[in-house]
Unconditional design. Sequence first.
Length: 209
Amino acid sequence: MKEYLRKITLRRMIGMILGNVILGIGIAVFRTSLLGNDPYSAMLMAGADRFGIAYSMLMPIVNAVVFIVEISWGRHYIGIGTFVNWFLLGYVAQFFIDLFAVLQIPERGMVIRLLTVAVGVLVVSLGVSFYQTADLGIAPYDSLSIIISEHCPLPYFWCRLATDVVCTAVCFALGGIVNVGTAVCAFGLGPFVHFFDEHISQKALGVQK
């Protein structure tokens, strides 16, 4: 606990909140393309559309269910960032989804839609970089694959892939969008997050790794 409290600096707090805001914008950018989101967001959006509930309302509800796993087997991953991501991210994403709707990206052709996905990759990667570098708590869904990897012989990569595949399957079953954006988020963000870690987030937050 003392070690965690030492990490709670103003710069890290700002970085963590900023990371979630940027991540929410990135999720909205992906949604605007209608070419798929990251598996977890895609599943939640599909569920929101199917059950007639706002994405921003459904996300905290599902997070509450996933949090049961985190608080049961991964309490050491819980921090301020856990709850900021839990309750803030969905509302930020929903706000920008509604805001970006006026751009009517899907009607502007496939090239523009793919460029929108490319922008989404950069924005989401920057948001994830700030949020992870701040290291003030792991979101309920992000903790799930880490906890699984700690309790089974599979490495983290395969555990994360498994949770993403489940989310993608549920999204598809609910009639949601599974497309190039989903694949890019599931497999292609790592190098961009690493780049932003080294060149922006760690320097901005004063974190040495």
